[in-house]
Design a binder for this molecule. Sequence first.
Ligand code: TXA
Ligand code: MG
Length: 352
Amino acid sequence: MKTKIVKMNAEHITEIEMKESADILRNGGLVAFPTETVYGLGGDGLLCDASRKIYKAKGRPSDNPLILHIADWKSLSDLAAEIPERAKALGEAFWPGPLTMIFKKTDAVPLETTGGLSTVAVRMPSHPIARRLIQESGCHIAAPSANLSGRPSPTRASHVMEDLDGRVDLIIDGGDVGIGLESTIVDVTGVCPVILRPGFITEGMVRDVVGEVRIDPAVLMRQPDATIRPKAPGMKYKHYAPRADLWIYEGDSERVVDAINRAAEQMAMDGKRVGVIATEETRNQYRSVLVLSVGTRQKEETIAHNLFRILREFDERGVDVIYSESFRSDALGQAIMNRLLKAAGYQVVLVE
Ligand code: TXA
Ligand code: MG
């Protein structure tokens, strides 16, 4: 399959190319498109065949369910058998936006799309291109992140090309995404909402709307624990991983810099190519050749925005080992550390 790429500006969506993309979806094909979180690999989520194609293109295990993307509340009733009050409240507060909710599914949603589960994940994205594509196609678009299974999620079209060239009919290049981490997933099927995957919508923001919220223990895991089984099937797989061996150094900032410098020098002497994930605050304190700043601690959104891009960049540069600073694990930091820990396979060095 030859993959077509079309450039599109979110402020001036080109009609012809939007129609072409929508037609592909209606005919059961695959279109990668930008959302405000990461790029998605879209197909008609109510068509078994389109869902199967998505799993195949990504090399994704078939028990890992897809998120369905909608543009209006009416479409939610096509997918969700029950819409609890707290889901309405969360939707009112955060839709359209980077929030996914888990509902009991209707019969319209094929088990292929939900990985065999009786529940369904639904999100109403805010990105203008994503919204128009949903409206124009009339589809409930199933869209996982548009990366090969296991790789960091794509935050720009070139990342999608790297992973999915020849595996998808069309890629809409709408430039860099805004947030850079996938949506917050909240299970609203039980009495108390549960966060299954942290994201830009933080625990505190959810609590402010619905009063109480729990966090799936798998999200808070600091080391691999076979006894904890994540409620979001996708969270159990090795994820977001660069090809290099990634280590997170945790502790007092100055000591972390010191320890990373020493480890990096040792590795370099052993002939390894080393990369360092630094911040604006520390970038000048490292002696390694390849130091990339992921953003500033003064504004955690910058770190969320750059993390996946930087992991890919180290791959491109053929790095063998990456040393990363650690980040706060509350508020947005919860999502950042969750992705970083998974990317590192939970390899953490505590610096005393
Ligand atoms: O921001 C996002 O959510 C992006 C953009 C493209 O919208 N999409 C995304 O999809 O991150 P994906 O497939 O990479 O991640 C979906 C996650 C997986 O961890 C999956 O296991 C979980 O959602 N999930 C989907 N349906 C579920 C369900 N019924 N119950 C529990 N977890 C579910
Ligand atoms: Mg993904």
